[in-house]
Design a protein around this ligand. Structure first.
Ligand code: FAD
Length: 258
């Protein structure tokens, strides 16, 4: 999946990340060697296939910046709910937003949430049914989401969400007025307890299965952006902005592929 947009000026940290194809063990090595790693906690310590884990902020940011939407899990009354939402990141904060009447935002603003982002990179077809897998890069974040109260903070967070989805858009559009701002709830989730998990590469079969006459390999998957379609009501003299044209069919980020 993921046709990625152009560089986003909000995502300065991402651009500082090394964009090399690296192996799973190298990810772990890099994570341990470099500064700016999050500490694994009881919740974020990977118990299964921990070599695929990374707590390096740079890697976590890259995955978050490439994703377009997240899933937010929370407890509503006595049952768990998971809802898809847009998001944005600025530095070490994630932002989600919606109607002030939205249940998730009302509930989540008083509660602990778990937010996930998943980039699907491929289907991994092994020789045995058991060893089939997927290549992916994903992030799981835990924390308390807090509602932003002050208008300036809300606007800044909304800009982060807008620029995350379509860099360059914010400068063109009419900004939210006071009424719209009041109707919008914006939550901030600090990136203090988070993990990344990454799988890349071919299937891993049992030794004896490599002899089987069965095709094995990876089917790469990426999100495709098609050419933009103008609103039928668009005034004739308005041309498509470059930042929309540039939502191109760029291949997924070459970074952190194992
Ligand atoms: C890609 C994507 C991005 C989105 N971005 C945002 C965003 O940034 N902000 C925002 O407020 N909303 C966003 N939405 C809509 C969001 O998923 C919810 O529908 C919305 O927030 C209302 O949630 P609620 O719990 O208040 O709705 P309620 O109406 O209270 O939900 C009641 C029930 O409706 C069903 N339901 C609600 N939403 C969905 C859904 N998306 N799919 C299937 N069933 C559903 C569930 O069974 C849920 O328990 C997005 C949806 C998608 C798919």
């Amino acid at each position: 999946m993921v046709a990625r947009w152009q560089n986003n000026s909000l995502h300065t940290t991402t651009r500082r990340c090394t964009a090399n194809r690296i192996s799973g063990s190298e990810v772990t090595f890099m994570s341990n060697r470099l500064q700016h790693s999050l500490s694994p906690t009881k919740k974020t310590k990977l118990n299964r296939l921990s070599k695929r884990a990374s707590y390096q902020r740079c890697i976590i940011y890259q995955i978050l910046d490439e994703g377009l939407f997240c899933h937010v899990g929370f407890i509503d009354s006595n049952y768990p709910v998971v809802i898809p939402m847009a998001y944005g990141r600025r530095d070490n904060n994630l932002y989600i937003h919606g109607s002030a009447a939205s249940r998730i935002l009302r509930t989540a603003s008083k509660a602990q949430v778990c937010l996930t982002v998943t980039l699907l990179d491929g289907l991994v077809l092994a020789r045995s049914a058991f060893h089939h897998s997927m290549n992916y890069r994903s992030v799981v974040v835990f924390g308390a989401a807090s509602a932003l109260k002050e208008s300036g903070q809300k606007l800044s967070a909304l800009r982060a969400i807008s620029e995350h989805i379509m860099p360059g858009r914010w400068q063109d559009v009419r900004k939210p007025n006071n009424v719209e701002l009041r109707q919008t709830l914006v939550l901030r989730l600090r990136l203090t307890e988070a993990s990344a998990k990454i799988r890349t590469g071919p299937p891993v079969d049992e030794d004896e299965d490599y002899r089987l006459p069965v095709w094995a390999g990876e089917v790469p998957i990426s999100l495709l952006a098609r050419p933009p379609v103008a609103d039928p009501q668009l005034r004739a003299e308005i041309v498509t902005p470059d930042y929309v044209k540039k939502v191109t069919l760029r291949p997924p980020s070459p970074a952190i592929r194992i």
